[in-house]
Design a protein. Structure first.
Length: 152
């Protein structure tokens, strides 16, 4: 006789979002982040222009050359915090996940903690992590934080 049992992990694994839904989550979230980041940079530039014209010019020119790496690092940090804030506030749903009707849960079917969201979003900084979504069933940032994206 076959023994039956219920496991939230099996339920979560059976409800995984498709690769296409995850792809659109990435595109939509990236677009919203770019708009957000652009607005922040414009506001920062305007504030700097009122303080000192030379400082504003230095800031504007710093997006190229020797400070480009620093700006990428800052953008990565802001992206991780932006996504963590969204997912914590909405209990696992970023703007992209709202549109695609998906949600982040732990393997046990619970809402992840803020620390889990933070780890999940910072782990996306790992080089080539994006490609893990193409070649693995579960992307690295989900594997490393024991989270899953499910369809609702």
């Amino acid at each position: 006789m076959k023994q039956l049992f219920y496991s939230p992990f099996e339920t979560v694994e059976q409800s995984l979002a498709s690769k296409w839904a995850r792809f659109w989550n990435f595109i939509i979230d990236s677009l919203f982040f770019l708009i957000f980041y652009f607005v922040i940079v414009v506001i920062f530039s305007i504030v700097l222009s009122f303080t000192d014209e030379q400082t504003a010019d230095t800031f504007a020119n710093s997006f190229e050359g020797k400070y480009e790496f620093l700006h990428r690092l800052i953008a990565t940090l802001v992206y991780a915090l932006f996504m963590t804030f969204q997912e914590t506030l909405t209990k696992g749903r970023s703007l992209g996940k709202w549109i695609t009707k998906t949600k982040v849960l732990t393997e046990d079917g619970e809402t992840p903690s803020t620390l889990s969201f933070l780890k999940r979003n910072f782990s996306r900084c790992v080089p080539f992590e994006l490609f893990s979504a193409v070649f693995d069933l579960i992307p690295w940032h989900d594997q490393w934080t024991n989270t899953r994206v499910i369809k609702l």
